[in-house]
Design a binder for this molecule. Structure first.
Ligand code: G6P
Length: 515
């Protein structure tokens, strides 16, 4: 039987029938997380077929290749060594070099945080402004937001990513350049948004500190030469972001310097330790127990075999409110592709649209659509309350998440509605029906601390890489991002009125915008 045969067999059954057996499914666990896959269109036979598929697709070999530092990014001819950034006792020299880039950043962060390194006028740094975009922005922003209550009180932390000049205006508002460190993160040191914001920040610092302005910049990049050009002979701090670290896998790198400075010193250490624990699990666990393999198989099953084109990520944790945005880049930039490294097209859907938000807030918004729209989207609940939360709130949050998953799966029939409310007119009763049949995953941890955030992100990284393998994709490049950038460059002269845009509709829009 093929995977499609299993899917057809299961889709012919009422979801409740499938779930009555699946209630006995054993949750999986590793590095502080439990994962429950009970509520899916799966059964023992379908799972066995998926495990055989994982074997055929050599997922265990793919894991070995990653951790052996083999070239897993063929278009750029590189290994993917993000895991080395969190390897506590690296054995191999290349891994040690990658790890050293983190050690250097941590040393610098402590010097800044404890004022042994100060600004050009001798004042201590009281504010850090992180400038970067995409993979050079989402990660540190996520960590800082998650552990806002673990911020050092004497250091202000701000972020700027957008080309919209307001973003930097707001990030610098009220700050004193003499007490501000600008952390510029760009792997390529060629990204338009980041260079634009960095150059405006440089003007801002230079206006008050013409001599020694460069002491107010820490640049983190794989392209040291470009950073040196940018400094134009001035003395500046440049930290290494190794070439083997993809931007969207760089949360563990020196690129998170701003967090290392502005958060309590154990946060980043615990965050990386959690990731390393997940690495150990993924590197050693068998297919059936391996969280990353199981989730990658689920992604393939839901997107490619069952044809669900989206997945909703519902984070029942204030600390994880930026997680959907973070994972959009990780998963959709990695696997939102349709051509294999050898140039052949893939045979079906690949990474689904990932969207979502923070529970319970989303319940007062798009959950209506999840429950009653004709579209069916698998949901992924992440249940992980805060470290020091009030227990009533935690109980409420947990109850809501569990209730949502239950209703999505079981629905509410017309007969149930009428039994509960016999006097309702039929047209109202019909509108209260929930079709059900909506699958969901529950990932839960007793408390969300830096260790568990680290292990969760590492899990999603491995899941993304392995799902990419199942789809036959290179998860480490992003050709689709480039075209829009090139086109924007071509349109700037048209917006300045220097020439006509070649596309008629764009030309019409430019004329309207300029009028
Ligand atoms: O770190 P940078 O080189 O500035 O790149 C920043 C971001 O921009 C690119 O367009 C890519 O789409 C992202 O993967 C990358 O993280």
């Amino acid at each position: 039987m093929t995977l499609h045969d299993h899917a057809e067999r299961l889709r012919a059954l009422p979801f409740r029938t499938i779930l009555s057996v699946r209630a006995a499914t054993k949750p999986l666990s590793a590095a502080g997380w439990n994962v429950d896959l009970s509520r899916h269109y799966l059964d023992t036979d379908a799972n066995a077929a998926l495990f055989a598929f994982a074997d055929d697709m050599r997922l265990k070999t793919a894991i070995d290749q990653l951790f052996d530092g083999e070239m897993v990014n063929p278009s750029e001819g590189r290994a993917a060594l993000h895991w080395a950034l969190r390897a506590k006792e690296p054995e191999h020299e290349t891994v040690r070099d990658v790890r050293q880039s983190v050690v250097d950043a941590e040393t610098l962060a402590q010097e800044i945080a404890w004022s042994s390194r100060k600004g050009a006028t001798g004042e201590r740094f009281k504010a850090v402004v992180h400038i970067g975009i995409g993979g050079s922005d989402f990660g540190p922003r996520l960590i800082a937001d998650a552990f806002e209550d673990r911020r050092r009180e004497d250091i202000e932390l701000r972020y700027c990513a957008n080309l919209d000049p307001l973003d930097l205006d707001l990030a610098l508002k009220g700050l004193d350049p003499a007490q501000t460190l600008i952390v510029g993160v760009s792997k390529s040191f060629g990204t338009e948004e980041t260079l634009y914001n960095l150059s405006r920040a440089r003007d801002w610092v230079k206006a008050s500190i013409p001599k020694g302005w460069s002491k107010h910049f820490a640049l983190i990049t794989a392209n040291r030469d470009r950073a040196l050009d940018w400094l134009d002979g001035a003395d500046g701090l440049i930290l290494n972001l190794p070439e083997t670290i993809g931007g969207r896998f760089s949360i563990w790198s020196a690129g998170s310097l701003a967090c290392s400075i502005a958060l309590q010193s154990d946060v980043m250490e615990d965050f990386r330790a959690g990731a390393e624990a997940m690495d150990q699990h993924v590197a050693t666990a068998d297919i059936a127990d391996n969280l990353a393999i199981r989730l990658a198989l689920l992604d393939y099953w839901n997107a490619t075999i069952l044809g669900f084109g989206a997945r909703a990520l519902l984070a029942y944790s204030r600390r994880l409110r930026l997680l959907p945005a973070y994972l959009q880049q990780l998963e959709m930039e990695s696997n939102g592709k349709s051509v294999r490294p050898d140039g052949r097209p893939v045979s079906g859907p690949t990474a689904p649209l990932l969207w979502g938000g923070e529970g319970t807030i989303g319940q007062h918004s798009y959950h209506q659509w999840l429950h009653q729209s004709p579209s069916m989207v698998p949901a992924e609940f992440i249940l992980a309350p805060g470290e020091t939360s009030d227990s009533d709130g935690v109980t409420g949050l947990t109850a809501h998440a569990l209730a949502q998953a239950e209703v999505l799966a079981n629905g509410r029939s017309l007969a149930d509605v009428q039994a509960d409310e016999p006097d309702l007119p039929l047209e109202i009763a019909a509108q209260k029906v929930h079709a059900g049949g909506r699958p969901s995953t529950i990932l839960h941890a007793p408390r969300l601390n830096p260790y568990r955030l680290g292990s969760l992100i590492a899990l999603f990284e491995h899941r993304t890489y392995l799902a990419g393998k199942l789809w036959g994709l290179n998860s480490f490049d992003q050709w689709g991002v480039e075209r829009g950038k090139t086109m924007a460059g071509r349109l700037k002269p048209a917006l300045r009125g220097e020439r006509q845009a070649s596309d008629a509709i764009t030309a019409k829009l430019i004329a309207a915008i300029r009028s």
